[in-house]
Write a protein that binds this ligand. Structure first.
Ligand SMILES: [Zn+2]
Ligand SMILES: [Zn+2]
Length: 134
């Protein structure tokens, strides 16, 4: 059994996950663009892993977009994306960036690519800079 640990940016929320991830999707849908402010969400999915909050569980807020299946959990202080549970506890969704440890599975697929942002094409071809440009 694997253990993963994660936290939010301000450090109020810490959690541990035990188990394996089944799938890892990069979702380009418009809801994910809006709630990440970026090109896509990067979420790990598991139907068998469990989550335990080690601190800050009362800072975790969940927003469910009405009449959709789109949810997002986040720290109420710093806004960092955090894990959430769907389908009455049967599906754990973990934003990859919320983890503080190695993620050993590669993304399974890009999904909702029909909704990609206009600028989200061939991003691997643009100039790469190691740190903040001077
Ligand atoms: Zn926080
Ligand atoms: Zn999405």
């Amino acid at each position: 059994m694997k253990t993963y640990s994660g936290s939010c940016l301000c450090g109020a929320v810490h959690f541990k996950i035990e188990g394996e991830f089944d799938r890892f999707f990069l979702c380009h849908c418009q809801h994910c663009q809006k709630d990440t402010g970026s090109a896509h969400a990067a979420n790990l999915f598991s139907t068998s892993a469990s989550i335990a909050w080690s601190s800050g569980e009362d800072s975790v807020k969940t927003y469910q977009l009405p009449s959709t299946r789109h949810s997002k959990s986040f720290c109420s202080t710093c806004g960092s994306a955090l894990p959430y549970v769907l389908r009455e506890g049967k599906l754990l969704v973990v934003p990859a960036g919320s983890l503080d440890c190695q993620v050993d599975i590669k993304p399974t697929a890009h999904i909702f690519v029909s909704s990609k942002a206009d600028w989200d094409t061939q991003l691997e071809e643009i100039t790469q800079i190691d740190k903040l440009p001077g």
